[in-house]
Design a protein around this ligand. Structure first.
Ligand code: HEC
Length: 244
């Protein structure tokens, strides 16, 4: 019975993940909020490669500093290229209207993306690895996970350029079956995976900064409960000594 329940739950979970990508399976990002170095690298990658178009309107530079163990000077020098004040939110370099004119679509605020996308950081990770060239699209890029996304691959110089191998689905419609690296970027596949993981990790953190603190508090709560249990047990032994 127990085994049956466990496999039922697993089956339900995986069908939810499948639904998230419209039948696409997501790759495991390995994002880990306890990995501060990864979060710091992710923040740096985000401001360099994503913030031209995307904002994190609920995230202040000062909050990033305190959560990721960075000084005000480090943040202002390495993460803030827009001239914003230390206490201000991380808003895109480009005005949304200008970005929209250029890309042809509004680049959404990414504050909550890791929470609203089923699969969370794994969705973002897979998305960042699924770009391929497609001359039929206005900017020349398409995405296997998010078909016809308006975003061009911001990391193509690092990742390299992928091309799609096409096949047909059950209804005879053309689909991308496989992505092939046609010209390599400046990073190896493993190094690029780390870039995608660090970015997913940072966006996971940005979607719920309190999670960092909560995990730390959680450990104290468990310790406190263990202590309380111990005291209760001592008290019980004490009472029963009188009864016997
Ligand atoms: C040139 C502007 C531009 C840059 C640079 C850019 N994006 Fe995007 N991004 C977009 C646009 C436009 C969309 C909306 C795509 C659509 O809906 O068709 C988008 C969508 C997304 C989405 C999906 C959001 C959703 O809710 O559907 C994610 C995640 C994302 N971008 C992450 C990134 C990351 C991470 C980087 C940096 C490595 C980045 N983007 C760089 C323009 C950009």
């Amino acid at each position: 019975m127990k085994k049956f329940l466990i496999s039922l739950i697993l089956a339900l979970c995986s069908s939810v993940v499948m639904a998230a990508g419209g039948g696409e399976t997501l790759e495991q990002s390995g994002a880990d909020l306890n990995d501060k170095a990864s979060l710091q690298r992710g923040a740096k990658l985000f401001v360099n490669y994503c913030m031209g178009c995307h904002s994190l309107k609920y995230m202040r530079y000062s909050r990033v500093a305190s959560d990721l163990d960075l000084s005000e000077e480090e943040v202002q020098r390495w993460l803030n290229f827009t001239g914003a004040k230390f206490g201000e939110p991380m808003l895109a370099a480009m005005k949304p209207e200008d970005a929209t004119k250029w890309v042809g679509a509004l680049a959404p605020d990414l504050s909550l993306t890791a929470r609203v996308k089923l699969g969370g950081p794994d969705w973002i990770y897979t998305y960042l690895k699924s770009f391929y060239v497609d001359p039929a699209r206005p900017l020349g890029w398409n995405n296997k996970l998010f078909p016809n996304a308006s975003m061009p691959n911001p990391l193509w110089e690092l990742q390299g350029i992928q091309v799609a191998e096409m096949g047909k689905d059950a209804n005879g419609q053309p689909i991308v079956t496989h992505l092939q690296m046609s010209s390599p970027g400046t990073l190896s596949a493993e190094e690029y995976d780390r870039v995608a993981r660090d970015l997913s990790n940072f966006l996971e953190y940005a979607a719920e900064p309190a999670a960092l603190k909560r995990q730390a508090i959680g450990a104290y709560v468990v310790l406190f409960l263990a202590f309380l249990t111990f005291m209760a047990w001592m008290l019980k032994t004490e009472y029963w000594r009188d009864v016997h």
